[in-house]
Design a protein around this ligand. Sequence first.
Ligand code: ZN
Ligand code: ZN
Length: 439
Amino acid sequence: MKTVLIIDDDADCRRVLAAVLNQNGWQVFHAGNGDEGIELARQHRPNVVLCDLLMPRVNGFKVCVELRADNSLRHTGIVVTSGRNFDADRRAALEAGADDFLPKPVQPVELVAALARFDTNNIPPAPEKPLEVPTRISGTPRLKFWGVRGSTPAPGPDTVKYGGNTSCIEIRAKGELIILDAGTGLRLLGRQLAEEFKDQPLHLTLLLTHTHWDHIQGLPFFQPIYEPQNRIRILGYEGARHGLTNVLSSQMENPFFPITLRELPANLQIEELKEMKFTIGRVRIEACFANHPGICVGYRLFTGEASIAYFPDNEPQFMANGTDPKAALEYSQGQDRRMVAFLRGADILIMDAQYDRTEYEQHKGWGHGCLDDVVALALKAEVKKLFLFHHDPDHDDKKIAEMTDYARHLVKAQNGKLQVEAAREGLALELSGVGQTVR
Ligand SMILES: [Zn+2]
Ligand SMILES: [Zn+2]
């Protein structure tokens, strides 16, 4: 049965619209204000919501924004109605998430035509309880790099060895498939998963550090999101000004991409993390804010076989400002200690080492790491193996190899035991024998 929810503070208007829609086979729910409408939408998950714009308290724009922030309503259409036929209102309603805009008085023929496109919406049944990710991944626990580049993809003959795709790492451990970041490397991983799992339902978790382009742009090209049998959880922290769902859907909006996030066939569950310690199945995870613009974190995953710290975007040199230089210095030192404590004893550290020392002088305060500082930090935290990551798009293979040699030289000069490697696309490690490259 096709269902519509009418939200309008004008009872007469609701009655007229409902009569027309009833005659055309729609089951109609009513709400007299925005709050009630949002609640009923969540309860009934109708094919379409027909919402008035000018209502006291919660107006139609707010209703659109609220409904669009709710991932469980991503299949529900929204048509806004208004007694004021301003082009600016129409544009604002569409920007707020509406699919269409109808000026009042709405003619019955127009109404039926406008809603017709939603009567085929296939609304999947609501999940009875929050989705758990079942343990379906078997095999040797491992980590594989699918994208190692920072800022923007850098394909070409000079980046063949380390690769040009942006941040994406796959971890298989304790029956879980966990993907760290959705940079352009995610496309290659998606292709591999589609081939490996074929028609089998795939259950995985995508863990985002932040929503800069180089960490989310692979998502629209990730094959598993186009298969309805797949369950994909996306976890991350709220963006600086917008919710996570909003940020991820906006990169797939009309001018940028032909398919919206709401139209994706896979069962997508986007969750904003509130706590800094949580678990994915039996993998324990801790998060720590990175020194990077906006809301950006690093993660430490405890898989049992190994502990892996991942800070794709981070500037180890913390520069606190303030009128009191002593207080600023103390604050910076406190931040250093906090980071060292977070990384202490990690088996694997994957860290932003975008600049060499000379380049860093020009990029202080950009939120990316200087190689010397990254090595010093890894040594201080007694990390076992360091992967230089988030390679600068302007660094060719030769430059990255030189930086890796230089980092090893720094370790040697301090009699350190730290192993250093540059992260490279396609590099896979067995977690139980950290340091052994399997492929
Ligand atoms: Zn980045
Ligand atoms: Zn970033």
